[in-house]
Design a protein around this ligand. Sequence first.
Ligand SMILES: *[C@@H]1O[C@H](CO)[C@@H](O)[C@H](O)[C@H]1NC(C)=O
Ligand SMILES: *[C@@H]1O[C@H](CO)[C@@H](O)[C@H](O)[C@H]1NC(C)=O
Ligand SMILES: *[C@@H]1O[C@H](CO)[C@@H](O)[C@H](O)[C@H]1NC(C)=O
Ligand SMILES: *[C@@H]1O[C@H](CO)[C@@H](O)[C@H](O)[C@H]1NC(C)=O
Length: 467
Amino acid sequence: MRSLALLLLLPTAVSLYYAMSAAPLAGAAAIPVPTAPRSRRSSFIVPMKRRRGTTMLHTKNASAVFDPTHAKEELQMILVKYQNASKILKNLLPLPPQDGVAEHPLIGATPIASAPLATAQDAPLVIPPILVASGTATMPLTDMVLDGLDVLYYGPLQIGTPPQTITVDVDTGSADLWVPARCATCMNKQFDPSASTTYADAGKQFAVSYGTGAVTGVLAQDVVAVQGLAVQKQAFGAVTSESDDFDGYPNSGLLGLAFSSIASSGAPTFFENLIEEEQLAAPIFSVFLARGEETGSEVCFGCMNPVKTLGDISWIPVISKTYWSIALDSVSVNSTMAPSTNVVAAIDTGTTLIYLPEQLATELYDMIPCGRQAAEIGPEFFTYCCDIDFSVSLSFGGEPFALNMSDFNMGPAADDSSSCVGGILALGQGFPSNLAIIGDEFLKSWYSIFDYANGARVGFAPSVNNR
Ligand SMILES: *[C@@H]1O[C@H](CO)[C@@H](O)[C@H](O)[C@H]1NC(C)=O
Ligand SMILES: *[C@@H]1O[C@H](CO)[C@@H](O)[C@H](O)[C@H]1NC(C)=O
Ligand SMILES: *[C@@H]1O[C@H](CO)[C@@H](O)[C@H](O)[C@H]1NC(C)=O
Ligand SMILES: *[C@@H]1O[C@H](CO)[C@@H](O)[C@H](O)[C@H]1NC(C)=O
């Protein structure tokens, strides 16, 4: 199964798309966002090149009983992944007023100025064909689907000279890049430093705690590339030991795409280096996550893919350049709303589910008929009556963003049970009381754009998944 997953990632499986936009570039901070994403005039597509037989549909079986294994593992993981969140977010209360995109003082942050764009000011903005021109690149992602759950999304990075292809989990919730190298206990394909002529060891230890264990190794430096976008001296952890939490996952390493202010290495991220070196057509990356399909997901560096969206982009200012953190205003069930004050939501592609502060999660399930805490599964879990029709939305920037209820419904709590387990869990002890973690369950419905310019902001556009 693992070798199959790696096969899918051969460069020949790279998806192609061409996107053009006629929107004017207002200045250095403008990004190539098409005004009419679906119109023929502003975009055209070259059909995806797919290897025959690699597209597998894993339709969720709504009557399959909920299996708590992954959710429980993930709870352990995020407990450690967000172990520094209290420190990082503690100076953020109360949240600054959310009108406009005013810069908020950075919390212990390395200031990363948004680099001026290479594109000439006032010139018509064009996102060029990605395989021909510089400034954009698409990393195809593979969705690891397990029992109908989209567990994680990973894609190929090229590291070293000559390039070695290593797969990484794309994670907007952390800021370190690491790959296994000379690691005796690691299960997946590794990077071989001795086969790279450009590899350099920075002579420092590298360690990040994730899950119940950690990854440790040395801080290294080498060429890291996605298609034509290459950072010559990218810092990364060459990991010689990883805890067994990582066994059973198909990816080799992890690509952190949050702000380097929270990087354990202290080094700029791959994305930040691309900005600093003025390699990108725009200081953005965008994420499309497919639902229940191994292929089709992607990260667009320096670009967005209008073909994956169904409407306008809503922009929400980033509160602190640490996580991709935005204010969560409220949660709603149908039109009933529970306001949430001072809740900071980390937009995290590296997390499968959605986690809310315990109080808010409780208020949410109180609005759902027969919603209740399901202590028999775990204190973080809630169930509700399966046969009830309702919608759940999270509100950012004063606007509601609905979940797809097939993502929210994690299945009946037990055989023949009329109670279903909800995909929104509570963050209790060990987490800051104002932290929410918004994972793939939400991002499958909302194509997301991460913009370093404009004071840093996150854009959501309806995903084609919700056609
Ligand atoms: C769905 O799950 C139920 C219960 O586990 C099982 O009986 C049924 O055969 C499954 N259906 C499909 C289409 O897999
Ligand atoms: C939290 O901070 C400590 C000390 O700075 C660091 O060693 C650790 O790796 C950090 N954890 C994460 C998950 O970033
Ligand atoms: C939510 O709205 C739908 C559609 O209007 C309705 O059918 C459903 O009964 C409502 N559910 C609840 C729990 O209010
Ligand atoms: C929710 O997801 C399911 C499964 O992919 C899809 O069939 C359905 O159209 C989606 N619903 C909405 C409202 O987008």
